[in-house]
Design a binder for this molecule. Structure first.
Ligand code: ACO
Length: 324
């Protein structure tokens, strides 16, 4: 059985920066509070109202394919992880497929909030391992600024816009070695967007009650996230008999630097083995993990052991053992 190996990574970051100093002018907050509580200094915002998640996803995918020298027509499957699709339907994956000219690909969106890329990578790997496909694009993309209430100081400091994409191809030795996935919908109200769906279809009232914005009970989510990320990262190490020395990098979802640090400590990893770019981009939801892979790509060598770990709305959480 072949493994699903990442053979190329692409990304898209909007040019506009929203710094902590900018946020100080918008809500009652301070650079010091944001940095010490979250580790974030600035985020990128896609200000053009005519450009949505599919635009960022397409740009990231385009760069990914160009780096590999692959024709879009050779792509067989496109999975887009997002909670900010351009619209409910058609799926963002269909728009990306058309934009790329990937006329031989099928595709779909996957909704798992901040665990979206991890779940999508795990899903995509099964298509490679089974021999069904040989060239699969997995994209994490979110335009979080469209569901962020910029009068809510607890949440507006956290999120940014971005996309990143990976190409999966079969490999006899390297790729996704193992994965664990969890979800528990019992506490879904702690992190959700209530409006717009079939439960609360859009009305003037849903707009007035700000139900089309992300809602998060930060403190409760924080406790669950610290526990969930650490538990699943340790679980995948133990399942594969990996010690801290065996792990080259932890590639964590970037929600809060304190959650990342706590996870690394539980795994016994020193800070130099942890990918962190939350300071520059904030929480870009489905894009954080592939964006880290993009930023660290030059430092990775074939065969390096990576542990990917995420926790997000749902709740959803999981980890992947990836041999680079
Ligand atoms: N500036 C200044 N003060 C603030 C701000 C702000 N931006 N926001 C909140 N405060 C205040 C609060 O009002 C509170 O004041 P009080 O004690 O007088 O009531 C105090 O700071 C502490 O507030 P907490 O919410 O307890 O702050 P906390 O340390 O928990 O940090 C944060 C908040 C950053 C949101 C944190 O809880 C967190 O990171 N949560 C987890 C996020 C996460 O992992 N989400 C999952 C992934 S996201 C996804 O799936 C889409």
């Amino acid at each position: 059985m072949p493994y699903a190996a990442i053979t190329s990574v692409g990304h898209f970051l909007p040019e506009d920066r929203l710094t902590n100093a900018d946020l100080e002018k918008m809500v009652d907050t301070s650079d010091e509070w944001i940095r010490t509580r979250t580790g974030i200094r600035e985020r990128r915002i896609l200000r053009d109202p005519n450009k949505a998640t599919s635009y960022m996803a397409t740009e990231a995918a385009r760069e990914c394919l160009q780096k590999r020298g692959m024709d879009p027509e050779d792509v067989e499957l496109i999975i887009v992880a997002t909670v900010t699709p351009d619209m409910f339907f058609p799926a963002t994956a269909c728009l990306v497929q058309a934009n790329l000219g990937a006329r031989n690909a099928w595709g779909f969106d996957l909704s798992a909030a901040c665990s979206g890329f991890l779940f999508a990578l795990s899903t995509a790997a099964r298509f490679i391992e089974s021999g069904k496909h040989e060239r699969v694009l997995v994209i994490g993309a979110d335009k979080m600024s469209t569901i962020t209430d910029y009068t809510d100081r607890k949440n507006c400091i956290l999120f940014g816009d971005a996309a990143a994409a990976v190409l999966l191809e079969p490999d006899p030795e390297c790729g996704v070695i193992d994965s664990v996935e969890h979800c528990d919908g019992n506490n879904w109200e702690l992190l959700c967007m209530l409006g717009g769906g079939s439960l609360n279809p859009p009305t003037h009232e849903t707009v007035d009650r700000k139900m089309h914005y992300l809602h998060q009970e930060g403190r409760s989510v924080f406790k669950l996230a610290v526990e969930g990320m650490a538990q699943v990262a340790v679980e995948i190490m133990e399942r594969n008999n990996l010690t801290a020395d065996d792990v080259r990098y932890l590639v964590p979802h970037q929600a809060n630097l304190r959650i990342i640090d706590a996870t690394a400590r539980r795994m016994g990893l020193s800070p130099d083995k942890v990918m962190v770019n939350i300071d520059r981009y904030g929480n870009t939801t489905a894009a954080t993990i592939p964006l880290c892979l993009y930023d660290w790509e030059r430092q990775l060598r074939r065969g390096d052991n990576l542990i990917l770990a995420a926790f997000g709305g749902g709740f959803t959480w999981g980890a992947i053992y990836l041999k680079w």
